[in-house]
Ligand binder design. Sequence first.
Ligand code: ADP
Length: 179
Amino acid sequence: ENAPLSLSDLCREVLAMFSDRAISKGISLNFDEAKLPKFKINSDRARIRQVLVNLVGNAVKFTSRGSVNISGAYVETINQQVRISIFVTDTGVGISQSVARRLFKPFIQGDNSNTRKFGGTGLGLALSKKLGVALGGDVNLLHGEENFGCVFQFDFLAARCPGVDVHERERNHFDDVSQ
Ligand code: ADP
């Protein structure tokens, strides 16, 4: 699919899905949208959502105190194409070096007792990586240390939607009012 979407709205929607679980675990969910595009992008909403649900779902699952954060950044490239990175950071159990090496292989879980303790299939990250690559980017573990949480990075390419961005709209509105 290639349709207009607001990335900020989508991130908020994904976080909202996990708010009850986060409240019951006593962890906070935060969203820093400052560096995300203020304009809409043309992309595959369902696939981006699927990757975010997996990353945020894992982050909430493997965090018992502290927080889970989504933040983002984008770099505009030529021809209205933008490269976007979304970071999902948590303060949970973290990931050891040996698990990190196998993380994106199908049916792999960090610990043999994981299925019993946390459920899951060991497929989420393998699928997320395939979707990230299909969207012209990738999904990687940016930082992971046992007991010190982790940071996953989801990159993809998208097209900038024609039209004014939020800042532009606010500026125009201000100009109108001040005239
Ligand atoms: P699962 O369905 O088991 O969660 P995934 O492919 O999504 O499958 O994750 C594979 C394994 O990677 C998990 O079982 C867990 O050991 C590890 N993992 C993924 N995300 C995190 C995280 N945020 N913190 C700690 N470990 C994680």
